[in-house]
Design a binder for this molecule. Structure first.
Ligand SMILES: Nc1ncnc2c1ncn2[C@@H]1O[C@H](COP(=O)(O)OP(=O)(O)OP(=O)(O)O)[C@@H](O)[C@H]1O
Length: 214
């Protein structure tokens, strides 16, 4: 297979910031929004729907060596999953970027990939459906329109996916000026999906409510 050096920054002849940005720009103009830096994935928000997130694409990336195909968020998700299976240990995917960069969308693509590609049983399918459906609930509680993003998450999110049928989601809000944290803990299990909300202000905590979204 022909090696496209532009796919991976570490393969570029020149490793300067200018070369990095020029490669990114060149790829972006061809709707190639993903580029590797070794095992890191750089993503540029296309702000338009690209035909790269579908079952056909998922099938292409399933179980394939990380560097064998062009960079994709599915490759990253698949690699983390299969490394977990072969090494018998936990793995994490850290998504970072400025507001509006596409972090939430990236996390959704990863969840969708796992929902479609992982071995399924009726029980696991139920859990995955609930996991995907929990997103609008989380967004309803903690999103707001900002200058940079019409649907900006005003919280940091930690998702713990256990492939035996458990999902835990924790979110934190930090607002400038006033110290306010919102801890949103959603525990989705085979018996149901509970969302418990606590507001923690100045280290005092109080329960705001418990909602069942089953
Ligand atoms: N891969 C993508 N393909 C198409 N559109 C995208 C993609 N990623 C992001 N977008 C668009 O950009 C918008 C902002 O993305 P997103 O909400 O994921 O950003 P964010 O990094 O989570 O922002 P914040 O930190 O403010 O919550 C989305 O609502 C969507 O319209």
């Amino acid at each position: 297979m022909e090696v496209n050096t532009g796919n991976d920054f570490v393969l570029l002849d020149e490793t300067t910031e200018a070369a990095f940005l020029s490669n990114l720009k060149k790829r972006f103009s061809k709707d190639l929004i993903y580029t590797y830096i070794g095992t890191l994935l750089v993503s540029v928000n296309p702000y338009k729907e690209l035909d790269i997130y579908n079952k056909k694409q998922m099938d292409i990336y399933m179980g394939v060596n990380f560097f064998e195909l062009p960079p994709h968020i599915y490759a990253l998700a698949d690699n983390a999953y299969h490394t977990m299976l072969t090494e018998f240990n936990n793995h994490f995917i850290l998504i970072s970027g400025e507001s509006g960069a596409g972090k939430t969308e990236a996390s959704k693509k990863i969840l969708q990939y796992y929902a479609v590609s992982c071995p399924s049983t009726t029980l696991l399918n139920t859990v995955r459906d609930k996991m995907l459906m929990s997103n609008p609930v989380l967004e309803a509680f903690g999103n707001a329109k900002t200058l940079k993003n019409d649907n900006s998450s005003r919280f940091g999110k930690y998702m713990d996916i256990q492939f035996d049928g458990q999902v835990r989601i924790k979110c934190w809000i930090h607002r400038k000026g006033k110290k306010l944290s919102l801890l949103l803990f959603g525990a989705l299990s085979v018996v149901g999906c509970g969302v418990i909300i606590f507001a923690i202000e100045d280290k005092k905590s109080c329960s705001m409510g418990t909602n069942n979204i089953t």
